[in-house]
Design a binder for this molecule. Sequence first.
Ligand code: ATP
Ligand code: MG
Length: 629
Amino acid sequence: MNYAEFYNHSVSNPQAFWENEARLIDWQQPFSQALDYSRPPFTKWFVGGKTNLCHNAVDRWIGTQADQPALIAISTETGTEKVYSFTELLAEVNRAAAVMQSLGVAKGDRVLIYMPMVAEAAFAMLACARIGAIHSVVFGGFASNSLATRIDDAKPKLIFSADAGSRAGKIVEYKPLLDEAINLARHKPSHVLLVNRGLAPMKLLADRDLDYSALRQQHFDANVPLVWLDSGDPSYVLYTSGTTGKPKGVQRDVGGYAVALASSMKHIFCGNPGETYFATSDIGWVVGHSYIVYGPLIAGMATIMYEGLPVRPDAGVWWGIVEKYKVTRMFSAPTAVRVLKKHPPELMKKYDLSSLKALYLAGEPLDETTSEWIASQLGVPVIDNYWQTETGWPILSVAKGIEDTPTRLGSPGIPMPGYKVKIINETTGALCGPNEKGVVVLEGPLPPGCMQTIYGDDERFVNTYWSDVGNAQVYSTFDWGIRDADGYYFILGRTDDVINVAGHRLGTREIEESISSHPNVSEVAVVGVEDKIKGQAAIAFVIPRNAETAATPQAKLALEAEIMAVVDKQLGAVARPSRVYFVTLLPKTRSGKLLRRSIQAICEGRDPGDLTTIEDPLSLQQIKAALAG
Ligand code: ATP
Ligand code: MG
């Protein structure tokens, strides 16, 4: 079967298509109906079926590969490395599940996981899945405020945490942040389970706080029966990154998610049992859920959990891991590649990377320079993939497991099975023609694995994401895009990153693309700033490739003029930024996304808002300093 047949089948007959894909996982009880879409936009996948994510990720593989590696936990922060076989992983999951049960956690209860990238975090997630508890993993870098709002939203019975994480050799204490968050929150968990890594002293609160290792010891030989769940039962809640505003609690099911992961691991990531997968993300993000913990294990692969930076002790560290564990498929983000690019490529060449078959990148637009650079360094295909926390797995990519479709620079690819991707006019809702810019929407029903609802708020789910276009209901991605004449899609930025200059609507992303094509531009952020005459004006912040070229006021002016000329030529004078400032750092979220709303706020003299997700607060100082001249 080729891609076109495969894809067309998935959208013309979703029942039959997904019924077939559902064979990729184990069911304790078969489903009677693949899809129930009687109450759009809500979807019910595999109605009547019973299954379990932990069973499919762990127990299932005991029969065939009990002693093979399942979880490889590496920390270059603490200098530790441990390989858990499927048998050992199952034992640890059983212990964690027994401890949770002993604390009264049962099916449907929420467990909030606030952990660094340690093996126990994966044990906790899988243990929740085993007993039907709903996990809500909160990124370990978040401060008390963000954590408190998530505690109040998910109302966990139990919080699973640790004394500390470590970042670039600096201890980041979690316990004080957690205590503060629980103080701030209205909801109080009954218990807090703490993994003591011996990184920071911890005061345990009597009756509430418990040492995980002591309880683990008590349940060392535990064998916790799997709780078989209805396919539509919730498996977890995960909040979106909050790049554009208030995070939304994405709720996912059990059966649909398991099938979507098994299907994507086969057709997109081409993973086989016994191989090793390495996703460099964090369990606090959706990539961590889908492609660190559940996806690779459901595919019978070993998965790597990595705590540390890509460049510490040096920029060869990831490639040493690829060599040592014979990684076949790797998943990272463009932002990480840009970091690597600033380091000598010899460090990469030192290692035998012959096991590696492809590198997958997602999370933000992948520019051509970055893509070509890493592809030439690694000598393997670089595969862009576009998706969201909401969808759980790629919307656009290429399905190399089906057909060797060529990739196209600058495009994340073509629709993956089940996604009815459309580009529509923002105001009229009319379908856009080839190369005509519009909003990227997905026509319902969404495929398995996508969000079921916003946790506890069906109405917000419908109102936020869905609208009627003609007689179809469509889900908005809130991203701009175009589809070219050959069916490749291009993502042009977020719909709220649009600025209005003298009546012209311009995407900040397009201006950034144009500025990026200047050879001395390493990174750029463009924002729209209030302007008395034009309504809004575009302002650019640029990290020059060579800092010396913007060291003096004259040099800055010259480079600014060159950059403006590039935009003039490519997009026209109306898109030309009114000012170009030079910095060495840009404000980004911990997941590498540009925080344009914070830059914009500073430019307009407003409060930059919730900054708990910011990577480095110093970047904001630089913006202020640049503006002050
Ligand atoms: P929030 O929704 O809370 O503002 P967020 O949108 O940053 O946060 P995520 O779900 O982590 O949260 O990010 C998904 C978004 O990231 C997409 O909607 C898109 O804007 C961007 N994105 C992801 N992958 C790609 C890609 N391959 N190319 C271009 N953009 C991408
Ligand atoms: Mg979003």
